[in-house]
Design a protein around this ligand. Structure first.
Ligand SMILES: NC(=O)C1=CN([C@@H]2O[C@H](COP(=O)(O)OP(=O)(O)OC[C@H]3O[C@@H](n4cnc5c(N)ncnc54)[C@H](OP(=O)(O)O)[C@@H]3O)[C@@H](O)[C@H]2O)C=CC1
Ligand SMILES: CC(=O)C(=O)O
Ligand SMILES: [Mg+2]
Length: 621
């Protein structure tokens, strides 16, 4: 009876209509029109007593959203579920009154409870499981926790812990998330993409699991990576959770342990190769673009032999980029520019550096390509720029004598002399000013190597970028200790501050593509770009580099604090949109947006708050 009268009251209160804000994120697409009277009189909930503490006091108007489901369906849908935070009126209207304990906790209290539980747990992987449980039952709360505590949560949902989460993916599997495509799905993918429950996907992160972080071939267990990256897209890049889709292309695995693992959930057969592999990828790309023509596709953790080929094939045709090649390149450029600033050198001094890159895979070559382009941008000739690089793989310095076996991208950097020199020999002969590690070989940077770097260079830039922490080429402590605190350091996975014997404290920052991809994705999807250009990556790197303050540089920090990642992503997005406008790619940006891009981007960024829910049929007018 109460429900009927409540519905009657709602209907009779309709006065005039207005469109609802799309920035409400997850469910706005299901909205039609809403009466201002309804929203103001009936549906807007009393502000929570602690709202200001976590939301900032000046909240935008929380218009309700209409949902097709009701009852326990809502409680079981992580995009809608608010758990114990549902107010009585909502429990009543949506027909699940009595299905939750009576006492209501507001979001702040729920968050405190989860934080207490996570903080009481010592093991990082257990923390990951607890947080992913929240992800699976209440996405709004999950993203609120990430946004408010990103520095603490990033190592739990991302590197380093995501590495272990991937390794144990089969064992820990609880609930479906993301899509899988395999050879058996050939011919069906265009139909399969319609199984995805959300109508409007903006960003896909896809892997074939062939090189997960520095852990090698983890096959379908690699799903943890797209999930982790997309969590950052939402929390740091402000893309609403219903607009992202994690994907694994399960093309088998060559990892013998997985082939015999009884709990492995992927196909236990050798990897698909050659034309069949590329046809499968192609069908996937066509299928997702058929349903979502403007979707951004981020290639992630493909082994290098395929990563560059796929990028070359699709980069001018579809909105896509390879995070390990291009995202890491842009991030490292920002760090290197920060390092030069910390040394009091002008950005154009980039072309005066001698850069030793250990690792000639996707990341190593990607970084070299972006630094090389930046040198050209700063006026160096191709020859001068090439001459700055010393790139080594397991066989030593890349040299012209190996031309036949190198990829075209590697061949560009092959040295005319001294091919095959070891890292130690390169350091002693060429006295590099920078040492960047992307080998996935933990501890590769030995004490001798780093001490020799510091002998020849007053302030060497040392970036061990391999992930997870076990694969870092050296630790922060080692780098600072072996250079007497003179190095400029950043790492792929986080390290704690280092206190030297003389009391000096150094604060290592993280050189990880997480500083680029969320903002890049936000920028290109908001502006309607058709492709991701090299220049977009360059301006993204500049925006990131400019974010670091003089004070931070003075403390040896060449990247901003992860606490600021949401704002960093906004700046990156704005830079990307400006570049798209400049080159006529910004099809969705109008004059009004251009007048205040900052406000436009801020408005569009998903902010995880509980939005009042109403049953769809009660508001159709
Ligand atoms: N911080 C960040 O944002 C990012 C970090 N990464 C990390 O970078 C690492 C590498 O990734 P990716 O490039 O895709 O991997 P690849 O496997 O494609 O490349 C690894 C490279 O390291 C070389 N290598 C192996 N052992 C040695 C050695 N002893 N000395 C010199 N070189 C060696 C390999 O040479 P060979 O081919 O001869 O074996 C290969 O060229 C991973 O750990 C990944 O997590 C990646 C992307 C972003
Ligand atoms: C960070 C990242 O993308 C990697 O390690 O592969
Ligand atoms: Mg990666």
């Amino acid at each position: 009876m109460a429900l009927i009268s409540s519905l009657l009251r709602q209907r009779s209160s309709i006065t005039r209509c207005m469109p609802l804000a799309t920035s409400l994120g997850s469910h706005a697409s299901s909205l039609r029109w809403m009466s201002t009277k309804e929203t103001s009189d009936e549906w807007v909930e009393e502000p929570d007593e602690t709202e200001g503490e976590w939301l900032g006091c000046t909240r935008r108007f929380l218009a309700p959203i209409s949902v097709n489901s009701r009852g326990s369906e809502i409680l079981n849908n992580p995009l809608f579920n608010k758990g114990t935070a549902f107010k009585l009126g909502e429990r009543d209207r949506l027909r699940f009154r009595g299905l939750l304990p009576p006492r209501r906790l507001n979001m702040h209290r729920q968050k405190e409870r989860v934080l207490e539980e996570i903080r009481a747990e010592e093991s990082m992987i257990r923390k990951n499981v607890l947080l992913e449980d929240v992800h699976d039952r209440n996405e709004t709360l999950y993203h609120r926790i990430l946004v408010d505590h990103i520095e603490e949560m990033a190592p739990i949902i991302y590197t380093p812990t995501v590495g272990q989460a991937c390794k144990e993916f089969g064992m820990r599997f609880r609930r479906h998330r993301g899509m899988y495509f395999c050879e058996e799905d050939r011919g069906h993918m265009a139909a399969m993409v319609y199984n995805w429950p959300q109508k409007d996907v903006h960003v896909i992160v896809v892997t074939d699991g062939s090189r997960i972080l520095g852990l090698g071939d983890l096959g379908a267990n690699g799903m943890g990576i797209p999930i982790g990256k997309l969590s950052l897209y939402c929390a740091a890049g402000g893309i609403a959770p219903h607009r992202v889709m994690p994907v694994v292309l399960d093309v088998g695995t060559d990892n013998p342990e997985l082939i015999k693992d009884p709990f492995y959930l992927g196909l236990q057969k050798p990897r698909l190769r050659g034309a069949a592999y590329y046809h499968l990828v192609d069908e996937f790309i066509q299928a997702v673009r058929h349903r979502w023509p403007n979707v951004l596709i981020q290639f992630e953790d493909f082994s290098s032999d395929k990563a560059q080929k796929l990028l070359n094939k699709y980069r001018d045709q579809v909105l896509c980029f390879n995070d390990d090649i291009q995202g890491t390149g842009a991030t490292s450029l920002a760090g290197v520019l920060g390092g030069l600033r910390a040394k009091g050198e002008h950005p154009t001094a980039l072309g005066d550096q001698r850069i030793l890159i250990a690792g000639a895979g996707s990341a190593g070559i990607g970084v070299a390509q972006v630094l090389y382009q930046a040198m050209i941008e700063h006026g160096r000739t191709e020859e001068e720029a090439k001459n700055c690089f010393f790139i080594a793989d397991e066989k030593g310095l890349l040299g012209v004598e190996r031309m036949g076996e190198l990829s075209p991208e590697q061949a560009l950097f092959a040295r005319k002399t001294d091919g095959g020199l070891s890292l130690n020999e390169i350091v002693n002969k060429y006295k590099p000013t920078m040492l960047l590690g992307m080998t996935a070989v933990g501890g590769l940077f030995t004490e001798k190597l780093i001490r020799d770097m510091a002998k020849h260079c007053d302030r060497p830039i040392i970036f061990p970028l391999s992930n997870p922490t076990t694969k870092a080429e050296c630790s922060a402590e080692q780098a600072f200790e072996w250079t007497d605190g003179r190095c400029i350091f950043a790492s792929g996975s986080p390290f704690d501050p280092v206190e030297m014997d003389d009391g000096r404290i150094f604060y290592p920052t993280q050189c990880n593509n997480m500083f680029i991809f969320p903002g890049l994705g936000l920028g290109v999807t908001l502006c309607g770009a058709k492709t991701v250009s090299d220049k977009m990556l360059y301006v993204a790197a500049e925006a990131l580099a400019n974010y670091v303050s003089e004070d931070e540089l003075a403390q040896g920090k060449v990247f901003p604090s992860i606490k600021t990642i949401r704002d960093v992503s906004k700046k990156v997005a704005i830079a990307v949109i400006e570049e798209a406008i400049r080159t006529g790619q910004a099809s969705k940006i109008n004059q009004k947006h251009m007048e205040d891009l900052d406000a436009f981007v801020s408005r569009k960024m998903y902010d995880p708050v509980y939005v009042p829910l109403i049953e769809k049929r009660t508001i159709e007018i």
